[in-house]
Ligand binder design. Structure first.
Ligand SMILES: *Cc1c(COP(=O)(O)O)cnc(C)c1O
Length: 487
């Protein structure tokens, strides 16, 4: 049942006369001769604030907080986002006063412990990637891409090379071309092979002395490991270009293989995906980057260095640093959660997490492929992309309808309509933290939806507070308040 009170605004709940005047009359003497605020800037009357009793305000916000879905409340198979469970233990650890109460302007001598943790985080990320230079600065994967591209551009400039192009396959995440454009490069999109992999012939035809970087997600956004990645890397290196590995899908390969080992020159991590930092309303996140040794002198400043002779951690500026890409030294709170996760699991644990993520995805794939098309094979890495094209052609039910109907069954929708190379795409990533029962329940709901009458599915969701908002207008012209004249 839709819950109307949950969608009421505080302004609509307001009842004249319930407000409380909290400010006493001013007892500050009127000082003559001091310039006063001009009448133009003074309110002409009391602000039209809602008048509501405290319990009603509390209920309003508590009810609102239950309308959203989260990994703590629902299964969240959002492909490419790795919505794994965020261990509560790491939340508690990150809140320890030694971390939470430290301030970025404290002197090095006062934060040696915190710097040692960040240094260790750099070291662990270098080991996991096989790329020795690490910057913890970027606040998200997208900023990591941008930062790494600036680092590469500085390296090319330093060598007197003027390379202008960044290449990426059509299945790339939208942030790849956006970062390349922002970093001043010309974007060249490859269409890719029919089988979902980079088409080597097509790539070859585009490589020349203008090529700066090839950006590739591996495993790619279809959930397939780019089997020719070593050849791709050689091709890039033979024309003097670099390979950027978009590390958003690291959850598939932790401890199995490393971007540095299959030819990547730089990469980003998404701590909020792979290493259990919470994804929260666009931030805060962390998108550390790892690069080859020759790129390390260009990394953003500062990096944490360790002087073993003095047993001392310092914040240092790499020799040819591109400068700062954000304040201080990264989103430390999120980096700490990632640090605790890596330390909790250890090398073997991380590898097991990846193995289970891949196992779960393959199990889910096996459960849905008899009623949903899966165009790119019947094996996957940590995620796969199904298609509702058949449903759309037969009954008119689209991927969007299925996604909306899942909400009625208590499941967050998968990623929809991405990657663009699959029609009516449903990209599912269960992650390793879901049980067999949850995966079965989810597959069961999908199976049921695919056999329900089209009108029922097309009208979904039927149980949420709002049905289908106009998404473009909701984002561009949000109605944030009731139509009070001055708010
Ligand atoms: C999530 C994602 C990004 C962007 O990362 P953010 O941390 O959201 O900025 C880039 N590429 C891929 C493949 C992703 O899934």
């Amino acid at each position: 049942m839709r819950n109307p009170t949950a969608t009421q605004l505080l302004f609509e709940m307001s009842c004249a006369g319930r407000g409380t005047e909290v400010f006493p009359a001013s007892d500050v003497p009127d000082v003559t001769g001091v310039p006063k605020i001009g009448a133009d800037f003074l309110a002409s009357g009391p602000l039209p604030l809602p008048e509501i009793a405290e319990p009603d305000v509390v209920r309003h916000f508590v009810n609102l907080s239950t309308l959203n879905m989260s990994v703590d409340s629902h299964f969240y198979p959002l492909g490419s986002c790795t919505m794994k469970y965020n261990p509560k233990r790491h939340e508690r650890l990150a809140r320890l006063p030694q971390a939470a109460n430290s301030h970025p302007y404290q002197s090095e001598s006062q934060v040696q412990g915190l710097l040692s943790v960040l240094y260790e985080m750099q070291t662990m990320l270098a080991e996991i990637s096989g790329l020795p230079g690490v910057s913890l600065h970027p606040a998200a994967g997208a900023q990591g891409e941008f930062t790494a591209l600036l680092t590469a551009a500085a390296w090319f400039r330093d060598r007197g090379e003027n390379r202008t192009r960044v290449l990426f396959p059509a299945s790339a995440h939208g942030t790849n071309p956006a970062s390349a454009a922002l970093a001043g490069f010309e974007c060249v999109q490859l269409s890719g092979g029919r089988d979902g992999f980079v088409d080597l012939e097509e790539l070859k035809a585009h490589l020349d002395e203008r090529t700066a970087v090839f950006m590739v997600t591996n495993p790619n956004t279809l959930g397939l490991f780019e089997r020719d990645i070593a050849v791709v890397s050689e091709m890039l290196h033979s024309v003097g270009g670099l390979v950027y590995i978009d590390g958003a899908n690291m959850n598939a390969i932790l401890g199995r293989t490393r971007p540095g080992d299959f030819g990547g020159d730089m990469m980003h991590y998404n701590v909020h995906k792979t290493f259990t930092g919470p994804h929260g309303a666009g931030g805060p996140g962390a998108g550390p980057i790892a690069v080859r040794d020759f790129l390390a002198p260009f990394l953003p400043a500062p990096v944490v260095t360790f002087d073993a002779a003095r047993n001392w951690y310092s914040l240092s500026v790499p020799e040819k640093s591109i400068g700062r890409v954000r304040t201080f030294f990264g989103n430390v709170g999120i980096l700490l959660r990632g640090y605790f996760y890596i330390r909790t699991l250890g090398g073997r644990g991380l590898r097991e997490a990846s193995e289970n993520a891949v196992l779960n995805a393959n199990y889910l794939l096996s459960q849905v492929k008899d009623f949903l098309e899966v165009p790119h094979g019947d094996r996957c890495m940590h995620e796969f992309v199904a298609s509702a094209k058949r449903q759309k052609d037969l009954t008119g039910v689209t991927t969007m309808d299925i996604a909306k109907r899942l909400l009625d069954y208590g499941f967050h929708a998968p990623t929809v309509y991405f990657p663009l190379v699959v029609e009516e795409a449903l990209m599912m990533e269960p992650t390793e933290t879901e049980s067999l029962q949850t995966l079965d329940a989810f597959a069961g709901a999908l199976r049921k939806i695919c056999s329900e009458p089209a009108e029922l599915v097309k009208g979904a969701p039927h149980s949420t507070a709002v049905c289908r908002p106009d998404e473009v207008n909701a984002a561009r012209k949000p109605v944030l308040c009731w139509s009070a004249p001055n708010c």
